[in-house]
Design a protein around this ligand. Sequence first.
Ligand SMILES: [Cu+2]
Ligand SMILES: [Zn+2]
Length: 250
Amino acid sequence: MELRTLPAVFCALFAISYFKNAFKVDAQRVTLAVQLETMQSQITELRSDVDTLISQVQQLRGEAGLATTPVPEIEYDPSEYIFAHCRLLPNAGIQRDLYEPIVGDIDFKQKASGGPLSVKLNLYGFETPNSLHGMHVHSYGDLRRGCASSGGHYKPRGYDHGGPDDQIRHIGDFGNIQADETGSISSEITDNVATLIGKYSVLGRTMLIHAGPDDLGRGGDAGSRRSGNAGVQLGCCVIGLSDGSAWEQK
Ligand SMILES: [Cu+2]
Ligand SMILES: [Zn+2]
């Protein structure tokens, strides 16, 4: 080999190795891009699996009464009152011969700064004079299948069922209400646990009245600890915000 051809040979060798490396890098890049795309689609799939699982868990929690679906925060003037209303109707989800045609209004009033909740009842249509009926807040304001689709007792804190004066009770365990001799109820009660405000607000949830008395968790069985064995769900309604006029009316 002549000396003067050496630089040309070196140049050629260098060019060959450069392009070889460049091709190698390019091929690696293509492989990585394909892997990345595969991983991205796997992540998307996993995300939708997780979403499905979350909604299944949420549904199960709702059925168990452990719903924690947050109520939107509302800014109130703390010096004002908050009012809510609920138009009670017979349970559309049960056989006609099981339900008593109870109807009426349930009104709520509470200071926006907190404190006890006043509940005014004006209900009619109970068939047995002087009968006792369990009354509770159930988890959801969903009445698609009558009262049954409102879920279990609203118990975001997970405690056992109890009476209104018990330390251990659900948020909306109002205990028993009693019909008079004409099958009507006109009364006002005060509760220190149920609230219209904050994280555990009963707004948007269901007020439910049962055919039988609530044993207040003292029945000694699982049903008692879960819901007070108050029997058939006679009637229900969804608690919604209202102005003060409904409260003043009766
Ligand atoms: Cu109930
Ligand atoms: Zn309860």
